[in-house]
Every structure is written in structure tokens, then in C-alpha cells.
Design a protein around this ligand. Sequence first.
Ligand SMILES: [Zn+2]
Length: 483
Amino acid sequence: MDYEAVIGLEVHLELKTRSKIFCGCSTAFGMEPNSSCCPVCLGLPGSLPVLNRSALEMAVKAALALNCRVEGRSRFDRKNYFYPDLPKAYQISQYELPVARGGYLEIDLPGGIKRVNIERVHMEEEAGKLLHAGGSIMESDYSLVDYNRAGIPLLEIVTAPNISSGKEARLFLEELRLLLFYCDVSDCRMEEGSLRCDANISLNLPGAAMGNKVEVKNMNSFRAVEYALDYEAQRQAEILSRAGEIVQETRHWDEENRVTVSLRGKEEASDYRYFPEPDLPPLLIEESWVQELKEALPELPAHKRLRFEEQYRLDPKDVAVLTSSPELACFYEEAARHVEDYTGLANWVKGDVLRIHNDSGKAIGEMTPLALAETISLLERGEISRPVAREVLEEALVRGKNPAQVVQDRGLGRIADPGTLGPLIEKVLQENPKAVESYLQGREKALGFLVGKVMAATRGRSDPAAVNTILRDKLQNLPGKVE
Ligand SMILES: [Zn+2]
């Protein structure tokens, strides 16, 4: 039967503030365990939290980018549960009154654009980290706890249940990550835990009431989200088609075996005994400040993609690559101010610039776009060949040099001088008697072969037109040639 999957996502992402959400401790990654803690994030008696303005600013920026309504009045609540990674035995979160509600994010599907609605965006604090000695929690004799992460600001984004497949969920997450990159509020590295995603999924027949929900956790990559949800949809469909019942529960994605497994019955909100956080006043946000932040938002990915397609007349696939980071898009646009062939430029950026970035580890933001424009200009003026241009570009981008200077310093300019090419060509003729004979018998293709040999001997630096002329001339005047 054709069941419809109804999926909602809960995304937690780390905001990239320098200090924690309610105290001044550093959020730097990889510090000595328990070295970035204070009475506030350890929940010691008598300590009081103070909201980090920068965390709030990032939360509001993200909410605005997601087209949400930022609430003038919101509130922090205590979410109570007992677990050793939570030093206070409650997490400061937002429950009834989140900082923002009611937005959306559009994703590109083959059939057109789909709007995924955002129900709410709220702020909360991260818990600490447990290290189970000896690996897994089942096998270890004891566990260690590191509270460096306790109190790192998190943003929780909850979508409406209007996602219909694993693929859509993945596209949503990819677009969300790009959006947050652009807003500079989170690194969104799922593998490092700065972005986590849980999902709710239920199945129903078209037009029928919603089925029982299952929560899926432990998906550690965007791909895992797609696989886990597709697996879960299939599992539920099989149960329903046998007239079975879906148990409302939390299931865990087992990456190795590619299945979801039952973890526990799902907690209800009432299990957490939420109540207003008495140590923090209500959060009042002025409309004028929200407006300021809204005006300061950068151009967002969807808008930039459309503009690139129109302004530079580029293929959407190229545009997707060029706008995959704000730095790369900026690099392209800066270079485009100095070139005429926008598609050619796109090919250079997608190909060589990204390759050089990957090979050298040099950040795109630290490369000079003008160096690419100048290299292209040297190539177009015929001063260097394409293979040389690639070499020059690498040197210019990685070492921050001027391309014309690289050509001069390394003697990479084009060789068209008969005095230099003549002896080289003679050597090639001597080394390739078969090709010479073949040419003399009228096979024009052999000439191309010989030109290639000369080009290779100069590592692509000789001028093909000059090589052609000299080569033909020498072949015409070979001593042993029979007329
Ligand atoms: Zn602290």
C-alpha cells in the first residue's frame, strides 16, 4: 500500500560564540578535560547564570535567516533529568516561550521548490561529555566526565512534520547548513558534533489520520539521516501492511548494520518537569535590535544562487558549486570583475582553484582572486600555455605571488623563437623516424604527433603555431626527401 511518510526534524547546532551561554568560560575545542569550567557551568550552589549576548545575537540571526518571527518576550526553563553529564541535574532550555517561531526554509526538489516549515527555534545549553573507559558503556568498568562542553550555547530548530522522505530530510539539512555558514553562526560539522539531528517519523495512508510516531536518534551524518529514515519508513510500512501496530518509541540508528533498533519508550515532555528558570529574567528583545540584525544579514544562499544564474548566465550545477561557501562565491565574483568569459572562469574556480585549495590546505579566503584573473589573461594573450597556466596559478594562489612574476622568475613564458625551437625540433625528427616517414607518405596525422613531442619536450611551453610552421618547413627540406 502507498503509505505517506510524515517526518519532522529536531536539529541541534552549536553556536560559534567564544564563550559559553551563561558564563565566560571558553568554548575552544580540544582543551584539557575540565579546564574550561567555572561554578556557573558546573552548577555549584550560589552561582548565577548570565545570558551571553553574542549567543542571543547568533540565535536571532539564524531565526531571521529562517524567516521566523522573533518573539519580543521569551523565557528560559529548566528541563530536569538526572544524568552524570549534566552537572546541575537540569538543563537550561526554552520550552513554552521559545525565542522564535513560524519560519520556513525552501529546498530544491526535482519537481520544484518545497517549503519546509519551521515550528520553533530555541536556545539551550549543551551537556558535558562522558568518556567510557575501555570503549562502550556496556564494557567499561568506569566512566570519566568532561564538563568543558557543559554550557556551550546550542540552538534547537524544530521543523513542522512536512518532510516526506529521507532524501528531503538530507536536502533540508544541507540547505540549513549552508544558510548557517552564510550567517556565520555555526560550523555545522555533524561529524564533530556541532550539528546533531533527531527525527520523528510516522506513516499514514493518504487522507487518513497520522500514525504513531517513532523518534530516531544517533544519526551521525546527513547520509545516515537519509538512510535511517528510509529504513524506518520501510520498516513501519511492513508492520502496517500486516495490520500490525507501530510502537511509539525511541529507536537508535545502527550505522554498522544499517537498521534502527528499539532503545526505550519515548519520554513525554511531562517527564522533564519543565518550569521557568528562576535565576534568569524573562528575555525581552527589542524590535529595533531585531531590525538592525535583519538588515545586517548577508545575502543568503537561495538569493545568491538565483543572482549568479542571471548575472553570470551560469548553469545551475556550476552555481551550486560556486555558492557552496560564501568565501568561494566571493572569490568568483571578485575574479569576475576582471574577466569576460564567466563560464570559463567558473570552470577554473570549480576545477583548479578547488583542487589547489584541497591539495595545499590554503583557505579560499586567503587566496587572491586577481591572481586567477591575471593568469587567465596571460593565457588569453598567448603568453603562456594552458598547462603552464595551471602551474602558475598554483604558485600564485598558494604563495601569494603575481602570476606575471612567476612566469618571469621561472622562465615559463611561451617559446616561439626559431633559434630555440629549431634544434629541439631537429632532435624530435631524429628520434621519431617512423612518424617522419609516415608524414612524408602523406599522413597529415603524423604532424600532430610530432607537434605533441615538441610540446612535451618543452613541458607545454612552446607556441603551437610556431612549432607547426618550423616543423613543416624542416620536413619540406629534409636532406633525404624524395620529391
Ligand atoms: Zn563556566
